[in-house]
Design a protein around this ligand. Structure first.
Ligand code: NZQ
Ligand code: ZN
Length: 384
């Protein structure tokens, strides 16, 4: 096992009816800016619950944070927060709203041009405190300190993280996910699945409990993923999905093990260039990446095929091939197509994707930092 520091300060308040607990977790005299997406929280009654729980606290609403949140939009929220003398942010939504709020929180305390946080990776040392009410189980953003922000005008989608941008608390009420469209449920399952894979399917370091945590989470997703689509109001399924997605990316399974993240980096370029949903990009890239990288991931691919997909017959090579095929089949069962051509993306796009990867310095990806641009090109080509 590798050396590690594990620290996660986010308080999780989990269960049906827990939005009311907001009152106990936000300072009594806080001036609160609620940050939100495109309106789902108005239609499903979540905003009304939040506003009721805030009681007599001064609060304002910033709406319109879009999927793959845009720097251009978030800077408007920064201006509003300054104008209204806000001292606490409350993100109510999915990963985009939460990520966007992390950026707003950091930008409010940042000296200089906030885009430098993404483009130059200028460290964020302080941020405004914020809590979240999660409405979409997928990203794990509710219990981690990372965020992915897009600059539409430049075609960039970049990541930052800081100890200062952990949520103070996150409220996870599985019933608020009942209103999710099937596409977003499927996206959430696939995103969480790939988060686990990127921290597990690398090379062995004899981290037995991390491996078994990861396998337990993957097995849970293979069981409940299809059920979450078939039975939208099944509380037990939604509760398991919500907690699994949180555990998939809150630092626990990644402590002391190598991590990959190449699938995410190649996927971000696809979203930036073609506007695909985040999870759609992962469903395309991961099966292709696993087949291109099957030799360097050989030991873990065998373990994955056996323990997650129960593949025990055939030669080692046949079992690896079957494990990768099972992964692709699972994404397709979750209704996400797994080839670029399924999204009308033509081979000519690969040159543009490669130029962006290079511009963003993504030339040494993977758990051994040995995934060159030439290998990334092979992955995109394999994904056609
Ligand atoms: O905008 P509204 O109206 O709220 O609608 C949203 C949006 O259209 C809708 N939605 C959310 N909760 C709902 C709901 N509709 C009905 N009922 C509900 N309860 O779902 C749509 C998608 O929302 P979004 O927040 O974009 O989805 P998701 O949670 O999948 O977040 C994706 C973003 O997170 C980033 C991705 O790159 C992408 O930008 N990620 C963040 C990570 C992190 N911070 O750790 C890790 C991930 O790898 C990921 O990269
Ligand atoms: Zn993701």
């Amino acid at each position: 096992m590798q050396n590690f520091i594990f620290h996660n300060p986010t308080k999780i308040i989990f269960g049906e009816g827990e939005i009311g607990a907001l009152d106990a977790h936000i300072p009594r005299h806080a001036r609160v800016l609620i940050t939100a997406g495109g309106g789902s929280i108005k239609h499903n009654g979540v905003l009304a619950q939040v506003q009721a729980a805030l009681g007599s606290r001064q609060h304002f609403l910033f709406e319109g944070i879009e999927p793959n949140p845009a720097y251009e939009t978030l800077m408007k929220a920064v201006a509003l927060a300054r104008e209204k003398n806000i001292d606490f942010l409350l993100a109510v939504g999915g990963g985009s709203v939460i990520d966007g709020t992390k950026f707003i929180a950091a930008a409010l305390k940042f000296k200089g041009e906030p885009w430098d946080i993404l483009s130059k990776q200028t460290p964020v040392t302080q941020a405004m405190p914020f809590g979240t009410v999660l409405t979409l189980p997928a990203t794990g953003s509710e219990m981690n300190c990372g965020a992915v922000i897009s600059y539409r005008a430049r075609g960039d989608k970049l990541v930052f993280s800081s100890e200062a941008t952990f949520p103070v608390f996150s409220i996870l009420d599985p019933t608020v996910t009942y209103s999710l469209p099937p596409r977003q449920v499927a996206n959430g399952v696939v995103d969480a699945f790939v988060h686990i894979v990127e921290q597990y399917l690398t090379y062995p370091v004899d981290a037995r409990v991390q491996d078994r945590f990861a396998e337990g989470l993957l097995l849970t997703l293979t069981e409940i993923g299809p059920q979450a689509l078939a039975e939208p109001h099944n509380y037990a399924v939604r509760a398991n999905l919500m907690w699994t997605a949180t555990l998939a990316l809150n630092g626990l399974i990644g402590a002391g093990v190598p991590q990959d993240w190449a699938t995410h980096m190649l996927g971000h370029e696809l979203t930036a260039l073609h506007g695909l949903d985040h999870a759609q990009t992962l469903a395309i890239v991961l099966p292709a990446l696993l087949s291109v990288r099957r030799e360097s991931k050989r030991d873990k691919l065998l373990q994955y095929a056996t323990r997650v997909w129960h593949i025990t017959e055939g030669t080692a090579d046949e079992r690896i091939t079957a494990g990768i095929a099972a992964t692709r089949a699972f994404f397709e069962k979750m209704t996400l197509p797994t080839h670029l051509s399924d999204y009308q993306i033509k081979p000519a796009s690969i040159a543009i994707l490669m130029a962006k990867l290079e511009e963003h310095g993504m030339s040494a990806l993977g758990e051994r930092e040995d995934m060159t641009l030439a290998i990334s090109r092979q992955v995109y080509e394999r994904a056609l």
